[in-house]
Write a protein that binds this ligand. Structure first.
Ligand SMILES: [Zn+2]
Length: 111
């Protein structure tokens, strides 16, 4: 459902501010994707992860995200450990980066 309005959903879940989201750092992607650092993480009302790239978020809102002002900074590995059981069911290709598979389609097109 959030594929249609990812930004609206994200802002509603973070109560209007990226500062309430976690920052996911993936500076050296183990899957070789150079396009995989700087993602904002929150969860939906069920506790499932909702991710948005910082690049897309900044473009869409005109805001500048400072990761040190986010609710927390976690690595991609920490993210994968935290949501391990959920990822097993929701990521189709285990050989490519889970974050890139999770970002909404709209985000992918525009970044
Ligand atoms: Zn990655």
């Amino acid at each position: 459902m959030y594929h249609q309005q990812p930004l609206y959903l994200f802002l509603s879940l973070t109560r209007g501010s990226w500062r309430n989201a976690f920052y996911i750092d993936c500076p050296t992607c183990p899957y070789g994707s150079g396009n995989c650092n700087g993602y904002l993480l929150t969860t939906d009302t069920e506790g499932a992860p909702v991710i948005m790239s910082v690049m897309y978020f900044e473009k869409a809102t005109g805001d500048k995200v400072d990761k040190t002002e986010c609710a927390g900074i976690i690595t991609k590995t920490a993210f994968e450990n935290l949501f391990n059981r959920w990822l097993v069911w929701n990521v189709s290709n285990p050989k490519s980066c889970c974050i890139l598979q999770l970002i909404p389609k709209m985000d992918e097109r525009k970044s």
